[in-house]
Ligand binder design. Structure first.
Ligand code: ZN
Length: 675
């Protein structure tokens, strides 16, 4: 009997100790976070918006992308096969193409975590086998360098070795958490040990080597997985090195802008302005947030707070997109590509807004949500997901945008001169970083929907789902969320199973949701319900309890800060978290998008159309079309414009460019008729 009890206790203890060790972020022992990841697969979308998107991810995005990347067009698997000696040929694709493949593998694993389809697992195991053969004896792995005679290991940071390393480590940790297998993880460990031997000693040669630093996030996840502190220390080295060395040309920096472009002008702990390439910056900040979560270093947290504030209050579009310009300069006069420029400098038509940068903005916010436990971070995650992330992929799930501007006008740009900006989505991008980054985000979005708090759960994202998880104390919690969000604002969450003792359910009240009511079993709750905050309901919950959150879904006009010159006297239209746009299929053929003016006092009527763009709510209004546009001279004398009222509809921004070549705008000039 004693033995039986001991066995039962051991089983119980082991269940507790592994209760939450399968999160997107492996935070089960992370000391300095207020909210932690739930186990991957504990939340599944069941119906509505995100269930539909996940369905497209499962049945189109991931399989189609897999065909492309393992075939001759994508050539990513071919590179590994050639490096493994299993195939003849040359490296093709960008230097960071290995990383793109790891991201796709991660996306496939999230799908497997939801549907349990063994064939996905077997397919991925086959690729891991090839990757293990491509890896060199000492752990080195980067097919571009391995297959290109003219280059050598770690001689130039622009080869993106660190970027590929980071995605390898992250993908391998996720694979291990979902499957329990070590085949991918062992490759990652062998590789990280090599990184440690080269980059942990302080050397001038490698002091500035960190570049497009996904390796920081990857190393922290590997530390969390293996408990080997060397990986955390190495992650910190990459942060500490930045800004420590003189910014001057060096053999490891040749051929790519230096200084602010790669966040090496100012040490992170002294930074208060987001600078440089937006993807590089946000992966770096996200990684630093992971390190801070482990070390608790206040100086790092303070700097990240300032940077997050700077991004979201001065350099972010209404769609959550970031990286205003393809080319520009920083305030230190460093050349900037694909990145941040001055605050409030927000061009619409030439906005760069790389899909990866937007996704990274949400990844950074997810980590800040963990650090601080404040809902404003989940507001940004949501804003990005519904707008500037989803705009990167077609409704069908097979065509991609790299750049996500807020306005598109035919003939305004010579796209043959641009390698990444396109007037419509393309089925393959030569630089393929964005598509798998976005698809893995859609595939894992249900894991972002909830976080664990000290004694309860936080609801970060809304959407029909079922949560079956364990709280920090090991007790089971099952919630069922029913809603047609974001098209409707009512969310009902029923408690199906929970512990007897009181615990918190933290309900996110979005920053736009003025007038939201929260009820439990139809009675007002004893909790502060304030937009931009969590309403924390602490009570003894029981099976059958129903939380009803009613957010007013009113279409509203949004204007920019007065210092955003590019949006002066213009408005965007937003309903809930969804930003709308005007697209030329919805105006007469002889009109252009620059003819469109919004009537500020015209009604905005929401209407759901199940047959349009995969099922969306449109906003009907009567706008004005200007019929006497000025001459095409640079400056023209202006007469009173002639306007023609036109009744039409706006569509969600994310769904534009799914109806053929179109012009589009988010911001439109506004006319107030009763002034
Ligand atoms: Zn990208």
């Amino acid at each position: 009997m004693k033995k039986l009890i001991a066995v039962a206790c051991a089983a119980l203890l082991s269940q507790w100790s592994v209760a939450q060790d399968k999160g997107i972020l492996g935070q089960e022992n992370t000391p300095n976070v207020k909210l932690k990841s739930i186990n991957i697969g504990d939340c599944k979308w069941t119906e509505g918006f995100w269930a539909n998107k996940f369905d497209v991810a499962e049945n189109a995005m991931v399989p189609y992308m897999g065909e492309v990347l393992t075939g001759d067009v994508g050539h990513a698997l071919n590179n590994f096969k050639i490096a493994a000696g299993m195939k003849e040929g040359k490296h093709k694709g960008m230097r960071w193409h290995d990383g793109d493949f790891y991201k796709w593998m991660e996306a496939a694993m999230y799908v497997y975590a939801q549907n349990g389809d063994q064939s996905i697992l077997e397919e991925i195991d086959g690729y891991i086998e090839i990757i293990s053969k491509a890896q060199e004896e000492d752990g080195y792995l980067q097919t571009f360098v391995q297959l290109t005679d003219a280059v050598d290991r770690y001689e130039n940071r622009k080869y993106h070795e660190m970027y590929n390393s980071g995605h390898l480590l992250t993908s391998a940790c996720i694979h291990h958490r979902i499957t329990g297998q070590r085949n991918f993880l062992d490759i990652a460990i062998k590789h990280a040990d090599l990184l440690y031997s080269i980059f942990s000693p302080e050397t001038k040669q490698y002091g500035r080597f960190g570049f497009n630093q996904t390796q920081i996030m990857g190393l922290v996840e590997l530390y969390r997985t293996t408990k080997d502190k060397r990986y955390l220390n190495l992650a910190e080295v990459f942060i500490n090195n930045r800004g420590k060395y003189k910014v001057e040309d060096h053999s490891t920096t040749e051929g790519y802008p230096i200084g602010d472009m790669v966040q090496e002008r100012t040490p992170l702990r002294k930074s208060s302005e987001a600078v440089g390439h937006a993807v590089l910056a946000l992966y770096y900040y996200a990684g630093a947030a992971d390190v801070a979560a482990e070390t608790g270093e206040q100086a790092l947290v303070d700097a990240l707070d300032k940077l997050w504030e700077n991004v979201t209050e001065q350099k972010m579009y209404v769609t959550g997109a970031v990286g205003q310009a393809h080319y520009g300069a920083s305030s230190h006069r460093d050349k900037i590509e694909e990145g941040f420029i001055d605050g409030y400098m927000m061009p619409n038509m030439t906005a760069y807004n790389e899909t990866c940068a937007n996704v990274c903005n949400s990844m950074f916010s997810y980590r800040m949500l963990g650090l601080h436990g404040e809902s404003k971070y989940a507001d940004i995650m949501e804003l990005v997901l519904y707008n500037s992330a989803l705009s990167g992929i077609s409704i069908e799930g097979k065509d991609y945008f790299y750049s996500n501007p807020l306005r598109m006008v035919h003939g305004s740009r010579d796209y043959s001169q641009h390698n990444t900006e396109t007037p419509h989505r393309l089925p393959y991008l030569e630089c393929f970083c964005c598509p798998p980054n976005l698809v893995r985000t859609i595939a894992k979005s249900s894991n972002w929907a909830y976080s664990l708090s000290n004694n309860g759960i936080a609801i970060n994202l809304y959407g029909g789902n079922r949560l079956d998880t364990k709280l920090e104390d090991g007790s089971t919690l099952i919630l069922n969320q029913v809603t047609n969000y974001p098209w409707e604002g009512l969310v009902n969450i029923s408690v199906e199973k929970c512990k007897k003792e009181a615990f918190d359910i933290m309900v996110r009240i979005p920053d736009w949701a003025n007038g939201t009511t929260v009820k439990v079993n139809n009675e007002a709750v004893n909790a502060q319900v304030t937009p931009g905050n969590f309403a924390t309901i602490n009570r003894k919950w029981k099976k059958g309890d129903i939380i009803s959150i009613d957010m007013p879904m009113k279409a509203t006009l949004v204007e920019g800060h007065p210092r955003i010159e590019e949006a002066r006297n213009q408005v965007a239209i937003k309903r809930g978290p969804v930003v709308y746009c005007m697209e030329t299929p919805d105006i007469p053929k002889d009109a252009g998008i620059l003819d469109v003016y919004i009537q500020g006092n015209a009604p905005l009527v929401a209407s759901y159309d199940k047959d349009l763009l995969g099922g969306v709510t449109t906003i009907e209004t009567t706008l004005l079309l200007r019929t006497n546009q000025s001459d095409n001279k640079m400056y023209n004398t202006v007469d009173k414009p002639v306007f023609k009222p036109y009744k039409t509809k706006l569509v969600p921004y994310f769904a534009w460019s799914n109806r053929g070549d179109a012009e589009m705008t988010v911001f439109m000039p506004v006319v107030w008729n009763d002034l």
